[in-house]
Design a protein around this ligand. Structure first.
Ligand SMILES: CC[C@@H](C(=O)O)C(=O)SCCNC(=O)CCNC(=O)[C@H](O)C(C)(C)COP(=O)(O)OP(=O)(O)OC[C@H]1O[C@@H](n2cnc3c(N)ncnc32)[C@H](O)[C@@H]1OP(=O)(O)O
Length: 308
């Protein structure tokens, strides 16, 4: 892991030390030096309009991001790929946030890249640039100091399945499907979905899901270890509002408490997952230093004293 202080959002607000800033990278995965032409591919993607990526941030510290292109089963148009990156940047700057739910509009999750855009971005070098653009956005999404959930209703296909792996947890409703359809497209995941899936379910299960383009239903998802919970669909709820409410209730079990503490919990888990042991220990020390003696810690100590 190489770290550049300028891009290190993970330790924002901590007392910087050489280790904390030198070993953990939470900013962009690719740079111009690695051939990533961010502005050029952003411009090319803007030529493929349609749909939106909507973000609502609530005072309670939970945000809801909606992939919104129902006419295309919430497929990512070019402009939606650009909007996703913009929403991730907004979330990186949201210092009061604790959690994030990602959903699709109109009762389905996302059917991957917009095939019309894919056909037009067929030059290998453009495909690689789009791949780096989405890998960069989804890696930054997973590295947000927010506990995140992909709420899967309907279908999560191709890049849509990859999007679910860029969240800490996945919740499904009965009848929904996560399918890495890439093989049927003569492809492999390109948005980082394979790298993340191996870390979630292991290499054997990843081989099964990709090699078999397996239609993963909620029961199978629980067996694979891909899915963390199955929600009952909202009774007769067309808007999906009650399913979202169920997802918020599920997530609230893990996000009750002051935002600085919940954010620190995500940060120490991130460093434990991504860094070599000694670097993770040093980063954990740095993050511990941001909450030790902090408002929540002092309040907890005061409460304990009262109960003697
Ligand atoms: C890195 C991965 C990334 C990439 O390589 O760039 C990818 O994700 S590749 C794309 C992977 N996704 C797919 O292959 C899914 C394609 N869609 C389908 O298989 C089906 O549409 C569906 C999602 C299973 C739904 O089927 P059905 O219920 O029969 O509805 P329709 O097929 O009629 O779809 C309704 C409507 O939506 C359009 N649609 C659906 N998915 C896409 C898509 N990915 N891109 C563009 N448009 C999509 C579909 O064309 C229909 O539109 P109309 O024909 O105008 O009614």
């Amino acid at each position: 892991m190489v770290l550049c202080a300028a891009s290190c959002h993970l330790l924002r607000g901590s007392r910087p030390t050489a280790w904390g800033y030198l070993l953990l990278r939470s900013g962009s995965v690719y740079t111009a030096a690695s051939g990533f032409q961010r502005e050029e591919i952003r411009q090319k993607l803007q030529a493929f309009p349609g749909g939106s990526v909507d973000l609502v941030k609530r005072d309670s510290g939970i945000a809801v991001l909606t992939v919104n292109n129902p006419a295309r089963m919430n497929a990512f148009s070019g402009t939606m790929m650009v909007e996703l990156e913009e929403r991730v940047s907004q979330l990186e700057e949201w210092s009061e946030g604790k959690s994030l739910i990602i959903q699709g509009a109109a009762g389905t999750f996302c059917s991957g890249s917009d095939l019309n855009a894919v056909r037009a971005i067929s030059k290998p070098q453009d495909g690689i640039q789009m791949c780096m653009f989405m890998q960069d956005s989804l890696t930054r999404l997973l590295r947000l100091p927010l506990i995140s959930v992909a709420l899967v209703e309907g279908r999560a296909l191709g890049g849509g399945a990859e999007l679910t792996t860029a969240c800490d947890f996945r919740l499904m409703v009965p009848g929904s499907v996560i399918q890495f359809v890439h093989k049927h497209m003569g492809l492999v995941p390109g948005w980082g979905g394979a790298a993340r899936l191996v870390r979630i379910v292991g290499s054997q299960n990843t081989l099964k899901m990709l090699g078999g383009a397996v239609k993963v239903d909620p029961e199978m998802g629980l067996e694979f270890g891909l899915v963390d919970g199955v929600l009952e669909p909202g009774a007769g709820d067309e808007s999906g509002a009650s399913t979202l409410l169920e997802a918020e209730k599920w997530l609230s079990h893990y996000t009750q408490g002051p935002a600085p503490v919940i954010r620190a919990i995500k940060k120490v888990v991130l460093s434990g997952r991504e860094l070599p042991l000694e670097a993770a220990l040093r980063t954990e020390r740095d993050i511990f230093g941001t909450v030790w003696g902090g408002e929540a810690n002092m309040q907890a100590l005061a409460n304990k004293a009262k109960h003697k």
